[in-house]
Design a protein around this ligand. Structure first.
Ligand code: HEC
Ligand code: HEC
Length: 204
């Protein structure tokens, strides 16, 4: 079968969303769709909230495949600590993670913004130093860095707090978050969360 035909099949199978083929995804998106079934209860529900502490379950639709794979491996190895995500990733093979990432990363849609608590305009100014990696508006095309645009404000704040406290480990982000106050985090998170184009929930 020609690649073009394969793409039309995939596009037809995911009707209703705009598909942007990703060059770096090694996985099989059709297989990933099946494997994503257990994840939908949290990542497929708009505004679903983690019980404690209270923050929104991250949006992963449209996230870079490479980042999704690296995040899932970090949960699986326990390097990144989260009870339910460890439970979800523990028994997955590398192939499973790549298939899921291939499926999830293909979603693009208009972001449905939730109300934010931080100051968006101030946050834009404070986010200037982040743009080199995450993209000026948080929509970086570099697969090495996660997209932040359209991500939930409460999740972005939680991630930055975890980097600052060291609960989440990454040499680059630990250093960067160290210099941010709670107010900086809220403003920057508000700016990225309110982008019109960005991450979305995964829905069918
Ligand atoms: C019980 C709810 C729940 C289920 C089910 C679940 N997740 Fe998660 N997921 C979360 C929460 C909460 C977080 C944020 C955890 C943290 O703070 O690190 C998360 C984080 C993630 C992240 C990291 C996002 C980022 O931006 O760093 C990825 C990727 C992910 N989940 C994928 C999956 C996949 C794939 C499945 C199914 C195999 C799944 N999740 C099932 C609740 C869930
Ligand atoms: C030199 C590159 C670089 C710069 C500059 C940078 N970041 Fe990051 N950022 C990263 C990388 C790499 C990761 C993924 C780390 C991981 O796997 O935990 C990341 C992850 C994050 C995450 C977690 C995303 C998620 O989905 O869980 C947030 C939030 C974030 N960065 C915010 C910021 C903010 C705010 C700034 C500016 C104040 C910034 N970053 C500057 C490289 C960078």
């Amino acid at each position: 079968m020609k690649t073009n035909n394969l793409w039309s099949l995939i596009v037809a199978g995911l009707a209703g969303v705009l598909i942007v083929p990703s060059v770096n995804a090694a996985g099989d998106p059709e297989a990933g769709k099946m494997k994503f079934y257990t994840c939908e209860g949290c990542h497929g529900v708009p505004g679903y909230t983690n019980a404690y502490p209270a923050y929104h379950v991250p949006r992963i639709g449209g996230q870079h495949a490479d980042y999704i794979v690296s995040a899932l491996k970090a949960y699986r190895s326990g390097q990144r600590k989260h009870g339910s995500m460890l439970g979800n990733a523990a028994n997955m093979t590398d192939r499973d993670l790549e298939d899921i990432a291939a499926y999830v990363s293909r979603f693009r849609s208009i972001n449905v913004n939730l109300p934010v608590t931080g100051n968006v305009a101030v946050g834009q100014g404070k986010s200037e130093s982040c743009g080199a990696c995450h993209g000026e508006d948080g929509n970086t095309t570099d697969p090495n860095f996660p997209r932040l645009a359209g991500q939930h404000e409460s999740y972005l704040i939680k991630a930055l707090q975890d980097y600052k406290s060291g609960a989440r480990k990454n040499p680059i982000m630990n250093g960067i978050a160290e210099g941010l106050s709670e107010e900086d985090m809220r403003d920057i998170a508000a700016y990225y969360a309110s982008q019109k184009k960005g991450l979305t929930i995964v829905e069918d």
